[in-house]
Design a protein around this ligand. Structure first.
Ligand SMILES: [Zn+2]
Length: 113
């Protein structure tokens, strides 16, 4: 795993070698995402995250896509793929995607007649 401050903006050949959501899903890993500001950490299934962000991507692109649910910021997110052993899986709490709702939001403007 590269250094935590690495943003994954390197040569495409090197970037293609970084682990992606599909790799993590195939390895039985979880996505561990947390906000350094709010000190909240959640575990997600990679397939759920892939549905939410709209495609397969490596772990450093995920930092830019995920947003903290408490403070709404993206810049403090820490995202990694985490492997758990069999005995660690007992009682593990993960966030499961239930549904994606599309919100209908009216946009108004003033118009002079
Ligand atoms: Zn936060």
């Amino acid at each position: 795993m590269p250094a935590p401050n690495y943003r994954g903006l390197s040569h495409p050949y090197l970037e293609a070698k970084l682990p992606t959501l599909d790799h993590a899903d195939g390895m039985g890993q979880f996505v561990r995402a947390g906000c350094a500001r709010c000190k909240t950490i959640h575990l997600y299934r990679p397939a759920d995250i892939k549905t939410v962000v709209g495609g397969d991507m490596h772990v450093f692109r995920l930092r830019e896509k995920l947003r903290c649910e408490q403070c709404g910021k993206r810049d403090e997110m820490v995202v990694e793929f985490k492997t758990f052993l069999g005995n660690e899986m007992v009682g593990l709490v993960i966030r499961e995607l239930v549904e994606i709702r599309t919100v209908k939001k009216p946009i108004w403007r003033e118009k002079r007649l």
